[in-house]
Design a protein around this ligand. Structure first.
Ligand code: SER
Length: 321
């Protein structure tokens, strides 16, 4: 029988693109999208859709039973910047949802789980360059703490209950189809919107604040590849380091300027600068490359070209209405 998939948080930045990619692979009817509301009408109309509050165990379980789901991709989470403003809600959402899904797997109701972790699991005491898989992890954000603890629980459920849970430490993910919500790396998306609409960007991070980043297509490809790998090949059941490119706002602005010569940028760092400073500049991911053949495709130049091309079309379409 074909695998039946439930995506929790399918209206979000990663969830929405993962949903389309998984539907192309498994068929629309076999990928159930869910989110906390129906605001994303195109998602609601594109295929099976259910309202699920990720903190509500029964809503998840009912949906799993209704569609005979085997695999859950849990993408609902409160990201780093938003979580600092609502620590309790962030903790509740990020942790409760994970326990609900892990417990469904532990009880044999579902077979497989994908749960994303993040570069936010690292902190100021972590080595900043080529951060290894196994290193000091003392995160200083609520989001980072929730992801680090989540990783520990994933490994625990795997070792103790044989739960097939798989995870990636995503860097900042860059995409144009759906806006991100409340992350520190979001500047690397905002900048493209403003480059096209205003030819100017007021950046909330410092010019030289280098962070690990990845184009959405690479993130989706990595996720699907990890989920398709034979479980025996996976040596990491907490979460894999995953890397593609690293750049600073000024380096990104320089490449954008090659396409939009009159583009300008100024820097007004806010509270997110401190969060960004606590994260690595670059990530070492040889274990992912060895265990399941991870290879990224997009470098900084191709990311910029793709982003400007995709967003220009989007804004042109808007003008015709
Ligand atoms: N992109 C996320 C954030 O900035 C990091 O995982 O919060």
């Amino acid at each position: 029988m074909t695998e039946r998939i439930l995506i929790i948080g399918a209206a979000g930045q990663i969830g929405s693109e993962l949903c389309s990619a998984l539907r192309s692979l498994y068929g629309i009817e076999n990928v159930i999208a869910s989110d906390i509301n129906t605001l994303n009408q195109s998602l609601v109309e594109a295929g099976p859709f259910e309202i699920i509050d990720a903190t509500n165990f029964n809503q998840i379980k009912d949906c799993v039973e209704k569609y005979q789901v085997d695999t859950i991709y849990l993408l609902a989470a409160m990201l780093s910047a938003t979580a600092e403003k609502a620590p309790k809600q962030a903790w509740d959402l990020n942790m409760e949802s994970l326990f609900h899904v892990l417990n469904l797997a532990k009880d044999g109701v579902i077979k497989k789980v994908f749960w994303p972790s993040s570069i936010a699991v690292f902190g100021p005491s972590t080595p900043k360059q080529n951060t290894p898989q196994h290193t000091i992890m003392e995160p200083t954000t609520v989001y980072g703490i929730s992801k680090q603890v989540g990783e520990r629980w994933c490994e625990y459920y795997h070792k103790k209950y044989n739960v097939d849970v798989r995870s990636l430490r995503y860097p900042g993910i860059i995409s144009y189809k759906t806006l991100p919500g409340g992350g520190t790396t979001d500047y690397a998306i905002d900048i493209f919107h403003k480059a096209i609409t205003d030819k100017h960007y007021n950046c909330f991070l410092d010019a030289n604040c280098t962070l690990p980043m990845m184009y959405m297509d690479d993130a989706v490809a990595a996720t699907i590849k990890l989920m398709h790998t034979d479980g025996d090949n996976l040596s990491i059941r907490s979460s894999y380091n995953l890397s593609a490119v690293s750049f600073s706002p000024s380096e990104l602005a320089a490449v954008i300027s090659k396409h939009i010569p009159n583009f300008s940028i100024n820097y007004n760092p806010d509270f997110r600068q401190q969060i960004a400073e606590s994260w690595p500049n670059s990530i070492e991911d040889t274990i992912a490359r060895k265990d399941w053949g991870w290879q990224h495709q997009y470098d900084l130049e191709t990311i910029v070209a793709e982003m400007l091309n995709g967003l220009s079309k989007h804004y042109k379409k808007q003008q015709t209405f």
